[in-house]
Design a protein around this ligand. Sequence first.
Ligand SMILES: Cc1ncc(C[n+]2csc(CCOP(=O)(O)OP(=O)(O)O)c2C)c(N)n1
Ligand SMILES: [Mg+2]
Length: 283
Amino acid sequence: MSTLESFGEYETAWCPGCGNFKLLEAVKQGLVQAGLEPRQVLFVSGIGQAAKAPHYLNANVFNGLHGRALPVATGAKLANPELIVIAESGDGCIYGEGGNHFLAAVRRNIDITVLVHNNQVYALTKGQASPTSDQGFVTKAQPEGVLEAPFNPVEVAVAMQAGFVARGFVGKPEHLAGLIQQAIAHKGFSLIDVLQNCVSFNKVNTLAWYRDHSYLLPETHDPRDGGAAIKVAREWGDKIPLGIIFRNDRPSFVERASHSVNLAKTAGQVDKTVLNAIMDTYS
Ligand SMILES: Cc1ncc(C[n+]2csc(CCOP(=O)(O)OP(=O)(O)O)c2C)c(N)n1
Ligand SMILES: [Mg+2]
């Protein structure tokens, strides 16, 4: 049985007070609650401060290119459906550079969990606006303030009938750990958009701001009621909902693609001489 210690403790490159720390702890807690051992889990990340999170965790990790976590996670899940695959990266990486992959993964209903550290800013590159930055947000690159309307990932995921759509907050780590556990258990695409403070480059949406502007969805909210979910998903600003916003149980891509997935499972038994001959044609 795994414990928090099974997932290790490492030195990080994050600023003191960064929301990433609480998120990392919640991930460990969620994995322990899900009864998972490090060897059963693969984390796939892109580039950014958030994308470093799996470096600080004892589990399998593939750190790819900026915006490209989801195609790698999709391939890994198809190659080994028994693996628990979690894509973990920032709002810029998943919704900006990786935006089209996000839409494709929701459409496919690929059985992975996507954990987005949403600090509403590009932190690693020192504070440019991201797709989720609020209109008017002033940065060195947007001195007049952001002109575009923000991307609402939760609303988009609900509208596209994603399997499991939730929002968490690093100020409520136990609640967040519970969401992670349930997202992993869900058979299909799961999104957890996590409100997370960036102490260096977002002085507007601080930990206190998120605390004051969010609320826990009441038990009366039925995530299987699509109409109610889309209404809740549209809430932002003074009233940001936290919890499971939407869920449905349409079959996952792995179930629908069982023929090719079974082929992939036997890929380990491929005749290496045949494979090498194919690879040689590329050289
Ligand atoms: C294709 C590509 N475009 C841009 C960059 C530069 N870049 C690296 S990280 C990053 C933004 C990261 O923001 P986010 O994903 O929100 O993570 P955070 O640092 O805020 O945790 C950018 C623009 C890159 N490495 N590759
Ligand atoms: Mg970010």
